[in-house]
Design a protein around this ligand. Structure first.
Ligand code: PBG
Length: 325
């Protein structure tokens, strides 16, 4: 169609007509709200690099979950802050530990809210890596056993969805097999399938107290320069039994979100990570950008690229904006 017969501006004349032709939708049901759960009672310790985010005791995590649910958010994802850390991250697979308590408490109060659990060891190990250290690197196959124990412990506590974020090879298959053999055939797996070794996780590591004590995560998380490899990672996870696949981070990786959705047509989650959140918050607090507007623009962009679900610290803020209409 050529000008002047076709005038694209006709469909932009007012909000009614723009809304009628708007292609991408964003609703609270697309959002997943991350929570950091630690020991204690009635505690909410603010995370300085993530304004609006706090480390919560179990009772406060239940309150936050209730608020999220009342805003129409269907799911929370839980990260645990153990009482003590050791080389094998034993609190990760302790049925009495804080995440397991939080799962039970949330499911008891809000049975309809979906509880997703991040399965990884970095929050629980004293060295801060995502697995068992052998010869100065994370050993893949012995880590799998611990991830399986952690997943089963979360499932026993009542988690609806297990989300392994460690990036070990073969972990989705190992977890699926163990869940099936232990009566958890209905527990779903959301695999952090294409997870990059990213600087955007910086503020999270303050929140989860999970900074590696030596080296970095490049021997298990993906090289930001690669994209075909992301498709192989996703394909493996799907073949091993992932029900949903995740791309992480989101904003700088929308090409990956797009390709994964196009190629596999599976439910795709994108993680709008801590650094992406903090940049927008900081610039907003400085008055350099309109925080609310940019938050919505970014979330729409992630949906436009093909994400069905977005894990985001903005979940409650965005749901409030959506409720205003
Ligand atoms: C655990 C994990 C991380 C994040 C989610 N799960 C940190 C990491 O891999 O270092 C990051 C989330 C965020 O930055 O918001 N492995």
């Amino acid at each position: 169609m050529d000008f002047p017969r076709y005038r694209p501006r006709r469909l932009r004349r007012n909000e009614k007509i723009r809304a009628m032709v708007r292609q991408t939708s964003l609703a609270p049901k697309n959002l997943i709200y991350p929570l950091f759960v630690g020991p204690g009672k009635n505690k909410a310790q603010p995370v300085s690099s993530m304004p609006g985010v706090a480390q919560l005791s179990v009772d406060r995590a239940v309150e936050e979950s209730q608020e999220a649910a009342s805003l129409g958010i269907p799911a929370v994802i839980l990260f645990g802050l153990p009482e003590h850390k050791d080389a094998l991250g034993s609190e990760a697979y302790d049925d009495g530990a804080v995440v397991q308590q939080a799962i039970r408490a949330i499911k008891e109060k809000l049975p309809e809210l979906l509880v997703i659990t991040d399965v990884c060891l970095c929050e629980y190990t004293d060295h801060g890596h995502c697995g068992v250290i052998k010869n100065g690197d994370v050993d893949n196959d012995s880590t799998l056993e611990l991830l399986v124990k952690e997943s089963l412990s979360h499932a026993r506590a009542g988690a609806d969805i297990i989300a392994p974020s460690d990036m070990m090879d073969g972990r989705v298959g190992a977890i699926r097999k163990a869940l099936d053999e232990n009566g958890f055939a209905q527990t779903a797996i959301m695999a952090y399938a294409a997870k990059y070794a990213s600087g955007f996780y910086g503020p999270f590591r303050e929140a989860a107290e999970s900074t590696p004590q030596f080296g970095d995560r490049r021997s298990y998380q993906m090289d930001p320069a690669n994209s075909d490899e992301a498709l192989r990672e996703v394909e493996m996870d799907i073949r091993e039994g992932a029900d949903m696949v995740m791309v992480k981070p989101a904003m700088a990786y929308l090409d990956i979100v797009y390709r994964v959705k196009q190629k596999f047509g599976y439910p795709v989650a994108a993680y709008n990570v801590s650094g992406e959140y903090s940049m927008i918050k900081a610039a907003g607090q400085n008055g350099w950008i309109d925080e609310e507007r940019i938050m919505m623009e970014v979330l729409f962009a992630i949906r436009r690229a093909g994400a069905d679900m977005i894990l985001t610290y903005f979940a409650k803020d965005a749901a409030r904006v959506l409720a205003k209409g």
